[in-house]
Write a protein that binds this ligand. Structure first.
Ligand SMILES: Cc1cc2nc3c(=O)[nH]c(=O)nc-3n(C[C@H](O)[C@H](O)[C@H](O)COP(=O)(O)OP(=O)(O)OC[C@H]3O[C@@H](n4cnc5c(N)ncnc54)[C@H](O)[C@@H]3O)c2cc1C
Length: 434
């Protein structure tokens, strides 16, 4: 592609690729009920999984969303399903002791099983496949670190991972850029839009009322429950579950002070010839790498396009600006894609936390599950279900993720002023290979 040629295809859309097959719904005019046993704020994976549990436990349940149901990360993500917990066993043991570390990692694995089982049992057609992950090492030192990790799996949560040296890398991925990598065979892929649409259907069948385009603007706590004020009126409810993750705002200041919203950016390419896809992605796995500013990518479910995501700017930016930068990175990995243009470019707000762990629990009577740190496709459903069970008073609602303190920092109010310096520091670390 010459500099004069546009990197965008003529039918380019600044919206998620997944929305082509699963369009966002306009306001269907559903009324907000004046009362509900449980009111859930946020209609992504967390909110819907929680709602299915409370409704099946016999509680009248309403889920509201400020936008279309699923407008947040749940229809914008990369569709990679992992075991979700970022800190290592060693790091978790140092912070929380062996028992909690093991419990957290086991629940990470359980979240992957949970989503797979749920999709199978509810017969959700969302291109779910256990394809495995290839995690590329961007330096030799990182390869050695991955190999050590591979050898030190703790009994009870073995990943069954194996290493692929650089000389054999082409069997996994058509690039010379990595120094080899690790294969995690249980990680999976799905179509996030179809998964969310299926969840909506399951929730409605369970009796859940979904009210979209209905931002909650105030919550008042009384002795017997809550009054939740929304743009569509007031609901009296016994229980509230906050499921707003990266979009958590001033409505719930305690949670807002603990969530760091960080934009993540994705592009889809126009269609790539089948022979080239087979050369670049022979195994169909989901892909990521060892950089702090990680790139995550995969073939689309029909194997016609490449979906490539990551963080390419210091501050938040427009998908029309992030698109060409992501494309440049894609081309660095796969020079054969230099002339393949961008068909979609979009972004969403990932909910990070100060300890890079997800959290759930109860604060001043409000249940919450959030802070998936970019790994919520499995975990949001798992912890959402747990919170739904907990709100319904079921013992199965307990989770180890309620144990570590949900930290904030002095003066932090929900606006990550430290993002740009952190991105610069991470870029430097990635460049140095540390
Ligand atoms: C670009 C991108 C790529 C990602 N890729 C992956 C991936 O490959 N694998 C992975 O595991 N994870 C990935 N993630 C993360 C994953 O998508 C999220 O962790 C998960 O979807 C969180 O679901 P949720 O239901 O908690 O939040 P969301 O789906 O974000 O839903 C929150 C909802 O709350 C609503 N809301 C906020 N405030 C209010 C209010 N006051 N009133 C009413 N509603 C409100 C919002 O409108 C929003 O719809 C990615 C995220 C992004 C942005």
């Amino acid at each position: 592609m010459t500099v004069r040629e546009s990197p965008f295809s003529p039918d380019f859309k600044p919206t998620p690729y997944w929305w082509d097959a699963s369009p966002q719904q306009t306001d269907d005019g559903a009324d907000l009920p004046g009362e509900a046993d449980v009111l859930i704020i946020g209609a992504g994976y967390t909110g819907l999984h929680a709602a299915i549990q409370t409704a099946r436990a016999g509680l009248s349940t309403t889920v509201i969303d400020a936008e279309a149901a699923g407008w947040g990360c749940s229809t914008r993500n990369g569709g990679q399903v992992s075991t979700s917990v970022k800190p290592s066993y060693a790091a978790l043991t140092k912070r929380h002791g062996k028992e909690i570390a093991i419990a957290l990692l086991k629940e990470g694995q359980a979240s992957l099983d949970h989503v797979a089982t749920f999709i199978r049992q509810e017969k959700i057609d969302c291109d779910f496949h256990t394809v495995g992950r290839f995690h590329g090492a961007h330096t030799k030192k990182q390869y050695e670190g991955l190999a050590r990790e591979c050898d030190t799996n703790h009994p009870g949560f073995e990943t069954n991972a194996w290493m692929v040296p650089r000389a054999e890398q082409q069997s996994e991925l058509g690039t010379e850029v990595y120094h080899g990598g690790m294969v995690l065979p249980h990680h999976s892929s799905l179509d996030p839009g179809k998964y969310h649409a299926g969840l909506l259907q399951v929730a409605r069948q369970a009796g859940v009322q979904i009210v979209s385009h209905c931002p909650a603007t105030g919550i008042e706590h009384h002795a017997t429950g809550f009054d939740v004020q929304t743009k569509k009126g007031l609901t009296k409810t016994g229980k509230v579950i906050v499921a707003t993750n990266g979009y958590t705002g001033a409505l719930t200041p305690w949670q807002q002070r603990r969530i760091i919203p960080i934009g993540s950016y994705v592009i889809a390419t126009e269609e790539v010839p089948a022979e080239l896809m087979d050369l670049l992605f022979p195994t169909n796995r989901v892909l990521s790498d060892t950089r702090k500013l990680v790139y995550y990518y995969r073939p689309s479910p029909d194997r016609k396009r490449v979906l490539f995501g990551g963080r390419v700017s210091l501050g938040e930016t427009d998908p029309r600006k992030s698109g060409p930068k992501l494309h440049a990175e894609l081309t660095r990995l796969f020079p054969q894609l230099a002339k393949t243009r961008i068909s979609h470019s979009w972004a969403g707000l990932v909910g990070y936390t100060f300890d890079t762990l997800m959290h759930c629990g109860e604060d001043r009577g409000l249940f919450y599950a959030m802070g998936y740190c970019g790994s919520g496709v499995g975990m949001a459903g798992y912890l959402g279900s747990r919170m739904g069970m907990r709100a319904a008073g079921l013992e199965r609602g307990l989770s180890a993720f309620a144990k570590p303190a949900f930290q904030t920092r002095p003066l932090y109010t929900g606006k990550p002023w430290f993002l740009a310096p952190s991105v610069i520091a991470y870029r430097l670390r990635d460049w140095l290979g540390t």
